[in-house]
Write a protein that binds this ligand. Sequence first.
Ligand code: ATP
Ligand code: MG
Length: 425
Amino acid sequence: MAKTIQAIRGMNDCLPEQTGIWQYVEDILRTTVAQYGYQEIRMPIVESTELFKRSIGEVTDIVEKEMYTFADRNGDSLTLRPEGTASAVRAGNQHGLIYNQQQRLWYMGPMFRHERPQKGRYRQFHQFGVETYGLAGPDIDAEVISLSARLWKAFGISEHVTLEVNSLGSNAARADYKTKLIAFLIEHEAQLDEDSKRRMHTNPLRVLDSKNQDVQALLENAPKLQDHLDPESAKHFAQLCERLDHLGISYRVNPKLVRGLDYYNATVFEWVTDTLGAQGTICAGGRYDGLVEQLGGKTAPAVGFALGLERLVLMLTELSLTDAVPAPVDVYITALSEDALLYAQTTAERLRDETRLRVQMHCGGGNMKKQLKRADTAQAKVALLIGTDEVQQQQVTVKYLGGEAEQVTVALSALSTVLNTFFNP
Ligand code: ATP
Ligand code: MG
């Protein structure tokens, strides 16, 4: 026998058993962003490598070691997108969506990073993100955050997530702070681990979110980003916090929150959870006012976030919050005699004309026991029993599989009403 071929490590199939919850999640995401008037943008999965180097930053985990980069047949360097923001800005610039305009956009789709696969961390994973352009004030920051908070409410996980916020200040203020931080780190270099020593020169802010306890202890005495904010960023941040208070969204100011991508400035935030072990961040974002210009457009303010769908699905599963996920089939139609076959199939089509129910018709024959077993496997709530009597009387027998009510025989003309009453009381 030939050897079976396996999927690439860290790249998962989503099997029928799982697609129900994914579609449920995607539906809620789409409906919620629509409530805020956001429009969808779809970008290619492959972009030129240059795009990510210039936006995410050369000295970031993503660009240094996580990208799937390859030469196209004509030698161009291409990369499977590791995130959506760079592509959104590229597309916005290319098609003139950003300059002198306001945009509220969202996207959803696969992203690729060559990381060590583990629970909540994969090589192909999916993000849902929003990106807004042309809006500079704390009002839009608050809107984007409240949109995310509404998502948690819709999924029923509000009490399992915490919002952390911080301000990175302007680029100039941060550059000034970096100099002071580097001076401090050099002075205490002996106490740093290898990772922090390396980052100290390449991306010193990342030392702040080191997972090493000793490094964290040392940082207690380091200069604080908060004390170096430019007045404008400080005011923006205070106004954002005031708005969050007003909207009833609780948050924790985390002065060490810096994010792993270079393009952020001013507001940054993360939604974290302790239900997923080490992979605790399910949603992260912030302001990136410099990126549009950095990628060749006319300068424009921008703020957005990205949410990891695998982590969200994992959370819903682990917290057993999947009751609202619809079963694939509502009504299962059996045909219990040879002369019932055509009648059963036209009844199925009629129901699809008259209702929005998910109707599956039994194919392939077999006795009633076998057909009802299939109805069970399909997770149908109702089976329609159709045999010779039903055909002759133009009736249908309705069997409630969860035992909600006694089996009844109804006229075919009344069937839609009976089922609609049961499914949408
Ligand atoms: P982490 O610190 O967990 O590596 P990150 O800072 O690299 O996350 P972002 O680039 O901000 O993550 O991406 C936003 C969200 O996308 C994350 O909060 C997470 O939910 C999800 N995500 C990121 N990388 C992965 C991955 N390899 N597998 C699954 N989800 C991911
Ligand atoms: Mg990462």
